[in-house]
Design a binder for this molecule. Structure first.
Ligand code: IPD
Ligand code: CA
Ligand code: CA
Length: 265
């Protein structure tokens, strides 16, 4: 049965979820100076005990915030579909960064209602930056409102990109997208955490970001951040993005056509 909820209710849920993202961030901070036990999900796809501990903590606490909500979380995902209310969680986006103690690691939490993200939180504990958005209320970092950049051309743009764990199999396809953009953009950057890439597009630090092979937990929170900050998100071919789509391109809107044109060339 569809549950109708008020805007005040949603703001309350968001605020409690943000508190939980701070607690999760503190778990990461406490582990920072200590050694982590690392396991391989694949050749270069890692998981640490901290990924698992943060996910367990968030799972238990987030499900209590919205009655009958379900959860889609990276480390325990086993093919569940979205429900009416679903929490979409990446306990640590940037696990490889975490293993190397590079500070670009984020806790990403989104709440999805009937397929639409209604709140998104990307907490970057080692930088003391918490990016967040509530649908219809704008996007923020800590308490500062965000807006995408005003850059109008690719040759004045800083473009972020990702490298999938399947790069050994997908190298040619990956290069075919990177190759034309590299000499045209002003600069290109790789964060190693898609949630941070999207947050930085929302903040106007990056003018655009593209990656293929991402999963819903990598992008759910950042998607809302970019849209609430005035940006645009589509597939490489310009069609509407949906959770689980193979590729994603996020921009300040102004360079969207130029960047998607390069991704298709
Ligand atoms: C990864 C990061 C990375 C992206 C990978 C993701 P993880 O997530 O977002 O930037 O390039 O495709 O899987 O494994 O660190 O949670
Ligand atoms: Ca991730
Ligand atoms: Ca992760």
């Amino acid at each position: 049965m569809t549950q109708k909820k008020s805007a005040t209710w949603l703001l309350g849920v968001f605020s409690q979820a943000r508190e939980l993202s701070f607690e999760a961030g503190n778990m990461i901070r406490r582990q920072w100076p200590l050694a982590s036990s690392v396991a391989h999900k694949d050749r270069i796809d890692l998981v640490t005990e901290t990924d698992l501990a943060v996910e367990k903590f968030l799972k238990e606490r987030l499900l209590e915030l919205v009655p009958d909500s379900t959860l889609m979380a990276e480390e325990s995902y086993s093919g569940e579909a979205l429900g009416e209310w679903t929490w979409i969680i990446d306990p640590i986006d940037g696990t490889t960064n975490f293993v190397h103690r590079h500070p670009f690691v984020a806790v990403s939490i989104a709440l999805c209602h009937n397929g639409q993200i209604v709140t998104g939180i990307v907490n970057i504990p080692m930088l003391n930056e918490c990016y967040w958005a509530v649908r219809g209320h704008g996007a923020f970092v800590n308490e500062t409102r965000l807006h995408v950049s005003h850059t109008r051309a690719l040759d004045q743009s800083m473009i972020a990109f990702g490298i999938p764990y399947s790069i050994d199999k997908d190298l040619e396809e990956w290069i075919s997208h990177f190759y034309p953009i590299l000499p045209k953009a002003q600069a290109m950057r790789r964060c190693g955490a898609a949630a941070i890439d999207l947050s930085y597009v929302a903040a106007g630090k990056f003018d655009g970001f593209y990656e293929a092979g991402l999963r819903p937990w990598d992008v759910a929170a950042g998607w809302l951040l970019v849209e609430e900050a005035g940006g645009c998100i589509t597939r490489y071919n310009g069609e509407p993005y949906y959770l689980g789509a193979y590729d994603i391109v996020a921009t300040n809107s102004l360079i969207h056509q130029e960047l998607t044109g390069m991704l298709l060339s």
